[in-house]
Design a protein around this ligand. Structure first.
Ligand SMILES: [Mn+2]
Length: 238
């Protein structure tokens, strides 16, 4: 049996075409392709505030991917919005935080990507930098070239799940974020940093598999074995 991987989705609002202003549930197709390439069965989990439906939908899944997207509302980690804050979606914050909490209750394997990694940090009591300008950073974390191409290196901690997956202390990742984890929460361990010390991966200390990465492995999985192996590790733990 191939494991069923629930992927959190967002909404996109049509700006033109036949239905301007229309709301669509969506997720970038690379998440779907990444799960399929790694041997899993992807299932899109539509955003809703119907908690019973969220729980029922997740109960059909063996693993969870929290996907990328908007900034996390800083009120979720007891901060006021800084002027550099980007677009937030409080409905999606509640949905993603619910999904993560329910997954943890079952010790379901979870992969958090970009915003998904930030959601995990916040759910675990951590905090974010609302913008990289508020952190001490020297690297460019918003690359201008193809998302399938890496742009900066990260240092991977030996003895971590991420090291078990990539088996290298230094790998190159893509970068599309203006926010980043500040404190990861007590139950989380930092397992990768960029050369400017920015947190690029965290893992749960006790869970079967909770890995959260700041970059976008789904956009690189077709051309970079390390990134495919991240998806394979999630599916293996299911
Ligand atoms: Mn980065």
């Amino acid at each position: 049996m191939r494991p069923i991987i629930g992927i959190s989705t967002s909404i996109i609002i049509d700006s033109g075409g036949m239905f301007p202003g229309y709301h669509r549930s969506y997720v970038n197709r690379d998440y779907v392709k990444g799960v399929l390439a790694a041997g899993g069965v992807p299932v899109m989990l539509p955003m809703t505030d119907d908690k019973e439906a969220v729980e029922a939908a997740l109960s059909l899944c063996d693993g969870l991917i929290l996907s990328g997207g908007q900034d996390v509302n800083p009120l979720c980690y007891n901060q006021e919005p800084h002027k550099t804050l980007g677009e937030v979606c409080p409905e999606r914050d509640a949905f993603d935080l619910d999904l993560y909490r329910l997954a943890r209750e079952k010790d379901m394997p979870v992969l958090g990507i970009c915003r998904g990694s930030q959601i995990i940090a916040v759910a675990e009591g951590g905090t974010l930098y609302q913008d990289l300008s508020l952190a001490e950073t020297s690297l460019k974390h918003s690359q201008g070239h193809s998302p399938a191409m890496p742009s900066h290196h990260i240092h991977v901690e030996e003895g971590s799940k991420l090291f078990d997956i990539v088996k290298e202390r230094r790998i190159c990742v893509n970068s599309f974020h203006h926010q980043v984890i500040n404190t990861p929460g007590d139950r989380m361990r930092v397992t990768a940093r960029a050369d400017d010390n920015i947190i690029e991966a965290i893992e749960h200390k006790d869970a079967k598999f909770v890995l959260a990465v700041q970059w976008h492995p789904e956009m690189m999985h077709a051309s970079d074995e390390h990134m495919l192996h991240i998806f394979k590790a999630l599916i293996h733990h299911c």
